[in-house]
Design a protein around this ligand. Structure first.
Ligand SMILES: NC(=O)c1ccc[n+]([C@@H]2O[C@H](COP(=O)([O-])OP(=O)(O)OC[C@H]3O[C@@H](n4cnc5c(N)ncnc54)[C@H](OP(=O)(O)O)[C@@H]3O)[C@@H](O)[C@H]2O)c1
Length: 275
C-alpha cells in the first residue's frame, strides 16, 4: 500500500467517532504512519480502551475527549478541546443509523439528531479545520458516507438523505480546497462489521460485510485523489446499479436492502414498467 504522507496529513489527526469500528481502524493506520491522534466519541470507556491499545502498539501521542457531536455548542467545544493543536487530517466518521423505522412513525427528534450528527457536525468541523488547512496549504478531510447516500430508501429516509449531503459536501469542498493543496474525500461504505452495527441488532452473515480495516485503508489510499471513493469491489458494483437512470429500481433495491438488514418485510413498490 502507498505510504500515508505524514507531512501532508500530520502532525495530528482528529477522528470524530474514533473509539471503535471504522474510526478506530483509521486511527491504527494513521498511528502506524507516525501521526498523532485526537479521538472523539461520547462514551469514555471505549475511548480509554482505544487509547491504551494504540499507545501499546504505536509510538505516537493519543488524546481522547468525550463529546457528543450533536451538541448545540459543538463549535465552541471543538475550539476548547483542540486549542492550538495542528490538525492536519480531519476524519468525520461517526454517523451510522441504529435501527430502521418509517419516517412518520419515528419521533421528529430522531431525524433532527441525524441532521445534527451527519450534516451540522461535518459542516462545523470542516469550516473550523478547513480554514487552518487552507492557510497552511496542506491537509486532508475524509467524510464517511454510505451506499444509501446514493439513493433514498424506505425506513432509512433521513439517514440516506444525510449521507447524500455528506457526499455532496465532500465534492464541493474537494473542488474548493484541491487548488489550495488540501485533499478531500467522501468515503462511501457498504455493510461493514462494526460494534455499532452489532449493538443495533445487525448480525452480518460471514462474508456479507467488509472489515473496518479494509474500509479505512481504502479511504486513506484514495484521499489524495478524491472527491469520492466507494470502498469494496462488491459495493462499487452495487453503486453502479443504485446510481442508474431507473430510480424506481434504485429505491426498491435500497428499501429491500434496509428491510433485509433488520429482518423486516420489504415494501411493495412499483418498478420500471408499472404506472
Ligand atoms: N457499519 C456499516 O455497515 C456502515 C455502512 C455504511 C456506512 N457506514 C458509515 O460508517 C461510519 C461509521 O459507522 P459505524 O458502524 O462504525 O457506527 P457509528 O455509530 O457511526 O460510529 C461509531 C463511532 O462513532 C462514535 N459516535 C457515534 N455517535 C456519536 C456522537 N453523537 N457523538 C460522538 N461520537 C459518536 C462512537 O462512539 P460512542 O458511541 O461512544 O459515541 C464510535 O466511536 C458512519 O458514518 C456510517 O454512516 C457504516
Amino acid at each position: 500500500m502507498r505510504e500515508i504522507d505524514s507531512v501532508q496529513y500530520g502532525p495530528w489527526a482528529l477522528v470524530a467517532g474514533g473509539s471503535e469500528g471504522i474510526g478506530l481502524a483509521f486511527a491504527r493506520e494513521l498511528a502506524a504512519a507516525g501521526i498523532n491522534l485526537l479521538l472523539l466519541a461520547r462514551r469514555g470507556e471505549p475511548l480509554a480502551r482505544a487509547r491504551e491499545t494504540l499507545l501499546g502498539e504505536y509510538r505516537v501521542e493519543v488524546r481522547t475527549h468525550a463529546v457528543d457531536l450533536t451538541s448545540p455548542d459543538l463549535a465552541q467545544r471543538i475550539i476548547d478541546i483542540t486549542g492550538d493543536l495542528e490538525i492536519g487530517l480531519l476524519i468525520y466518521n461517526a454517523g451510522a443509523m441504529h435501527g430502521a423505522g418509517l419516517f412518520l412513525d419515528e419521533p421528529l427528534e430522531k431525524a433532527s439528531q441525524l441532521l445534527r450528527l451527519n450534516c451540522q457536525g461535518p459542516v462545523t468541523l470542516c469550516h473550523h479545520f478547513g480554514r487552518a488547512m487552507r492557510e497552511r496549504g496542506r491537509g486532508g478531510i475524509i467524510l464517511m458516507s454510505s451506499l444509501s447516500g446514493l439513493t433514498g430508501g424506505a425506513r432509512i429516509t433521513t439517514y440516506a438523505a444525510t449521507k447524500a449531503f455528506d457526499i455532496v459536501l465532500a465534492e464541493g469542498l474537494w473542488a474548493e480546497l484541491r487548488p489550495c493543496g488540501v485533499h478531500v474525500l467522501g468515503l462511501v461504505a457498504g455493510a461493514t462489521d462494526t460494534p455499532a452495527m452489532a449493538a443495533s441488532g445487525v448480525d452480518f452473515a460471514s462474508g456479507q460485510a467488509m472489515d473496518p480495516a479494509a474500509v479505512a485503508r481504502e479511504g486513506l489510499l484514495h484521499l489524495p485523489r478524491g472527491p469520492v471513493h466507494i470502498a469494496g469491489e462488491d459495493n462499487r458494483l452495487a453503486a453502479a446499479v443504485l446510481r442508474g437512470e431507473d430510480r424506481r429500481q434504485s429505491v426498491a433495491l435500497m428499501s429491500a436492502g434496509a428491510a433485509t438488514l433488520y429482518g423486516l418485510e420489504p415494501p411493495q413498490l412499483p418498478t420500471a414498467g408499472d404506472d
